[in-house]
Design a protein around this ligand. Structure first.
Ligand SMILES: *Cc1c(COP(=O)(O)O)cnc(C)c1O
Length: 376
């Protein structure tokens, strides 16, 4: 399928081609090399707070490593956000963990810290605390990080942030990626910046990052003959892809500014329409607005989400429903769910609007016009 106007597509900054050229000149066309180190070091400096980074082949791989390194194993309880992309949930299956899926909070549309605190209290009394909590920073917006950190610290539970959708986001001035025990980012082709496919594990725990790099390169002990004490993965990012990442990092703040501008234009044009609700942005959040997420209440605004999506599709414009919550997926039938069904309602009514930073104002005006016409 090809669209005239995409939900979110790669947007190069201009430096990337030359940086890839440098890699070719050096002949480090390999999984590890100087450009990979540069990407990790520059990214860690951008995030601040003394973090270190391990660049890997995907956000999914980064999360898999984080779970294993925080001791998640067969039968471990892991609490996570129900409304998320599969790449944020599948690594739980790789580790044989037992997920519990949590609902969103109505004031941020990210995982509800009230529910988390209540459930942790109950679990502490019952002696059934989870091994890890893995909230999703959804559509470019952080969770209420202070509350997650406080609750997890109080109960001695590992906190791994799935910030795959939120590179460049801030929580009270702290960059997404700097919280909890570890965080993961994604540089897939549809994310705010891309390496054509890639991800990052980030942590203030430098030993954890060293260990992640070791596991991601086949767990080779420092011996010439390939000695193995444990099993690993082939998860490192290519040195070629890292060159794209260095160029993309240099434009990340500009990409955030442009996506926020697109979000503000949608709000200005549609925010006053009865029955349309935008993803709220609490005062602690500086969202990247990776995707502008909107809910349409059909009773009040005169058309349902599918009518709008299909009309946009007729005009070769890509829009997508919000993530289908994991507890509603056949794959996770029977899995424990904690919530009041806000995520179910947002899945029924929600749509992600074209949000790419290379979209022109004229293209966005066309999207807005079609939505207005469909609403009648
Ligand atoms: C994209 C994404 C991932 C996985 O990242 P990949 O790089 O595509 O493997 C994980 N979690 C969430 C919430 C995502 O949106």
């Amino acid at each position: 399928m090809s669209f005239r106007i995409w939900l979110s597509r790669p947007h190069m900054g201009g430096e990337e081609r030359d940086l890839v050229g440098e890699v070719f000149d050096s002949n480090f066309v390999a999984p590890v090399g100087p450009m990979l180190n540069r990407f990790e070091e520059e990214f860690a400096a951008y995030l601040g707070e003394g973090v270190r980074c391990a660049a890997v082949s995907s956000g999914t791989a980064a999360l898999h490593l984080a779970l294993r390194l925080k001791g998640v194993e067969r039968g471990s309880a892991v609490w996570t956000t129900s409304m998320t992309f599969a790449g944020g949930a599948f690594p739980l299956i790789y580790q044989g963990a037992e997920p519990t899926f949590f609902d969103l909070s109505s004031n941020s549309w990210t995982m509800d810290p009230d529910l988390l605190e209540e459930e942790l209290e109950k679990a502490a009394k019952a002696g059934t605390l989870p091994k890890a909590v893995v909230p999703t920073d959804l559509y470019g917006q952080s969770v209420d990080l202070d509350r997650f950190e406080a609750a997890c610290t109080r109960h001695g539970v590992a906190l791994i942030l799935d910030s795959a959708e939120s590179a460049g986001a801030e929580y009270n001035g702290r960059k997404a990626g700097t919280g909890g025990d570890a965080s993961i980012l994604s540089f897939n082709g549809n994310k705010i910046i891309t390496t054509s496919g890639g991800g990052m594990l980030v942590s203030r725990d430098h030993d954890l990052i060293d260990r992640a790099k070791f596991l991601a390169t086949q767990a080779r002990e420092p011996e010439p003959h390939y000695e193995h004490l444990t099993y690993g993965y082939n998860y490192r990012l290519s040195n070629v892809s890292a060159a794209i990442g260095v160029g993309q990092l240099h434009v990340l703040d500009a990409r955030v500014a442009r996506r926020r501008e697109i979000n503000a234009r949608y709000r200005a044009a549609l925010g006053t329409v009865d029955g349309i609700t935008f993803m709220p942005e609490p005062n602690w959040s500086h969202s990247t607005c990776w995707l502008t997420a909107v809910a349409f209440d059909p009773e009040r605004c005169g058309a349902d989400r599918e009518a709008i999506r299909l009309t946009l599709l007729e005009h070769e414009i890509e829009a997508r429903p919000l993530w289908k919550p994991m507890h509603m997926q056949k794959l996770f039938e029977g899995t424990r769910y904690v919530g009041r069904g806000l995520d179910e309602q947002l899945f029924a009514q929600g749509l992600c609007l074209p949000s790419g930073s290379d979209m022109t104002d004229e293209e966005q005006d066309e999207v807005i016009g079609i939505i207005r016409d469909t609403l009648g």
